[in-house]
Design a protein around this ligand. Structure first.
Ligand SMILES: C[S@@+](CC[C@H](N)C(=O)[O-])C[C@H]1O[C@@H](n2cnc3c(N)ncnc32)[C@H](O)[C@@H]1O
Length: 279
């Protein structure tokens, strides 16, 4: 079959590795709305995803959030009139999403489910849009299976809006290389899953160029557009630079907004934002 022959042979994650990632995110769920998971640079990228989803998917539609974290996006979309099924592999993150929705009086618009991206076959609903913000899809053990499940769950014409951790982040290369941490500087070049430390735990992470990522979805989806997120701006974990010279870095942010969609530049950045449409 043509589709099968396009599948790259990359190591998948075993149960122990999936549990490592789950424990890593469980361990930070309590403070994820603070600097670690929602600082100024993350908020800037978040707004780009919000605006993109609202442009691509009609208000009132049913959305699926893959890897919802503490539910910041799910609750925002519920406020804007969407119905959201919010899923995550970390039970602690799902707990945070449920309490956020309850606090905001939006329980009827946000259904939070403990469900890994590798378990999407457990969903039966139909969606008009599926989004995933800040890299949950970098933790998916089999991106081709995710693409196939998204094609089953999405109505024809429906949209995928994903922000994904990219392979080429000039800021990260420079930051770690200047400190002599060359292996860390080059971690995004890893083929197959890379072990990335967080809070004394391990997150098993796949890195992608936009075209590598799209390849998994190509059998069912057309590529609408993609752009760099935080190419001129530093990645969120370097927010200290931004805080020292906000005014100056805001200019870099405007460069991201203006130039991040240009050929070549759009394949770089801390993350990329990609939009695909179900055929
Ligand atoms: C960097 S956080 C982003 C959270 C949220 N989307 C946001 O924008 O704040 C990545 C999320 O992916 C989730 N995740 C990791 N592996 C996953 C998997 N296999 N299936 C579903 N979610 C996963 C984590 O639990 C975590 O909540």
């Amino acid at each position: 079959m043509a589709q099968a022959s396009r599948r790259p042979r990359e190591a998948t994650l075993n149960d122990a590795q999936l549990l490592d990632t789950q424990r890593a995110f469980d361990s930070v769920a309590g403070d994820y709305d603070g600097p670690r998971g929602n600082n100024e640079l993350i908020q800037r990228m978040r707004v780009t995803l919000w605006d993109t989803v609202c442009r691509e998917v009609p208000a009132g539609a049913q959305l699926l959030d893959i890897g919802c974290g503490t539910g910041l996006d799910a609750v925002e979309f519920a406020r804007r009139g969407y119905q959201v099924v919010a899923t995550d592999w970390s039970p602690a993150m799902i707990g945070r999403t449920r309490s956020r929705a309850a606090r905001e009086g939006l329980e009827s618009s946000v259904v939070a489910m403990h469900l890994g991206v590798q378990e999407l076959d457990g969903l039966q609903e139909e969606f008009e849009g599926i989004y995933s913000n800040f890299g949950p899809l970098n933790c998916a053990p089999d991106l081709h299976q995710v693409a196939e499940e998204c094609s089953r769950l999405l109505k024809p014409g429906g949209k995928l809006v994903f922000s994904v951790i990219g392979r080429i982040c000039p800021w990260e290369l420079g930051h770690y290389a200047l400190r002599g941490r060359f292996r860390r500087a080059l971690v995004r070049g890893t083929h197959g899953p890379a072990a990335v430390g967080m809070n004394k735990h391990t997150i098993w992470t796949y890195y992608y160029l936009p075209r590598e990522f799209y390849q998994a979805f190509a059998p069912w989806f057309s590529l609408k557009h993609f752009r760099a997120l935080s190419l001129f701006m530093p990645p969120p974990y370097l927010v200290q630079y931004y805080r020292r010279r906000r005014h100056w870095y805001e200019r870099l942010g405007r460069l991201d907004d203006r130039l991040g969609g240009l050929p070549l530049l759009r394949s770089m950045g801390d993350h990329f934002l990609i939009v695909m449409q179900r055929r």
